[in-house]
Every structure is written in structure tokens, then in C-alpha cells.
Design a protein around this ligand. Sequence first.
Ligand code: MYA
Length: 166
Amino acid sequence: MSEDPDASAIAPSPSGRLLCGGCAPHDACRLGVEIADARDDVVRFEVVCPRSWHGGPGVAHGGWTAAVFDDVLSVVALRVEPRLVTKSLAVSYLRPVPVERPVQVLARIDRHVGRQWEVSAEMTLAGTALATGRAELRTRHPHHFARHEAWLARQTLSPNGSHAES
Ligand SMILES: CCCCCCCCCCCCCC(=O)SCCNC(=O)CCNC(=O)[C@H](O)C(C)(C)COP(=O)(O)OP(=O)(O)OC[C@H]1O[C@@H](n2cnc3c(N)ncnc32)[C@H](O)[C@@H]1OP(=O)(O)O
């Protein structure tokens, strides 16, 4: 762990991409998400589901779709506020999403008051909606990750593998 986990910030990767902590070492989004253009409170993404994320034959696993929405809904607000976490995420799966075919995602900030953000997005192919996502985000408290690490350090593992607060 870093000395101050809350000092962590997202910086552009060597190729100029803004990536999460897991993808940054790869210099590529492993979900297949790329920002296409951004203006004010709306960001458009080009997204291609890698075949490794297929669920049914030739179609995306629903978990991939949810992860894409978590990512794009965060990015649209991260452009304004760099210290965010997702509080809730709701996804509606309207049509199967094909793998290895570009789809578009349009994400927007619907509401922002204080620490509270409401964001939504739509995934489309050739103008047809495939899925929609909606999330509540929160601006992180200043010591969000440090509090988590302190809480985790207080947990002890019992012989049967269950956790207990010490
Ligand atoms: C341009 C940029 C591009 C970037 C590209 C990269 C993109 C990729 C990015 C992908 C990004 C993906 C993004 C992701 O997926 S983020 C990962 C998924 N989300 C989370 O992990 C969030 C987990 N939930 C929480 O931390 C809290 O529930 C939140 C903060 C949402 C509550 O918020 P809310 O405003 O509703 O309530 P509150 O602040 O009054 O707290 C309620 C209670 O919880 C306590 N509490 C709060 N925090 C902590 C804590 N840390 N440690 C311990 N306890 C904590 C707090 O004391 C209180 O307890 P009590 O006092 O009532 O007892």
C-alpha cells in the first residue's frame, strides 16, 4: 500500500489515456472503452467488447456491460471532480450486446449537488439502444482509502476463515 492511499490520482497513461488502476500498467482499457469526444457534461465513448468477455455465444457477459457503465459514468464526472466513488449502479439490459463490434455510449451528468452526483448513460448500436445505466456517485471523503485500510487492519481471520473485528 502507498503511504497515503488518498493521494492517489488518475494521470494520463503514456499513450494519453485516462485509465483505472488495474488498466494503467497495460496502457489500455481492458474493457475496450475509449473516449471519442467530450463536451461540457456529456462524454461519448466508442466501446468494443473483447471476445474474452463473452457470456452467451457472440454476446457480452452482463458483468462486462455493468463494468463499462461503472467506468463511463465515473469518467463523465471525474472530468469535473477527481475524487469519486460509485454509491449505486442500475443497469437495464435491453438487447444482447455483440462482442468485437463497436458500440457507442453517451454518458451525462444529470445532477450535481455538493458531494452527490447523478449520472446516466445509454449504449447503442446503429441508433438502437442496447442497454442503459444510471448511477449515484459521491465525492470521496478526504480519508476514504485510509479509513478503509484502517478498518481492514482491524479485521482478524479466525481458524475457520471467517473475519472478526479485533
Ligand atoms: C477524466 C478521468 C478519467 C478516469 C479514467 C479512469 C476511469 C475509471 C474509473 C473507474 C471508477 C469506478 C468507480 C468505482 O467503482 S468506486 C468502487 C465502488 N464503490 C465503492 O467502493 C464505494 C463504497 N461505499 C462507500 O464508501 C460509502 O458507502 C459511500 C462513500 C458511497 C457513502 O456515501 P454517502 O454519501 O451515502 O454516506 P456517508 O458518506 O455519510 O457515509 C455513510 C456511512 O459510511 C461510512 N463510510 C463512508 N466512507 C467510508 C470509508 N471509506 N470507510 C469506512 N466507512 C465509510 C460513513 O462513516 C457513514 O457511517 P456512519 O457514520 O453512518 O456510521
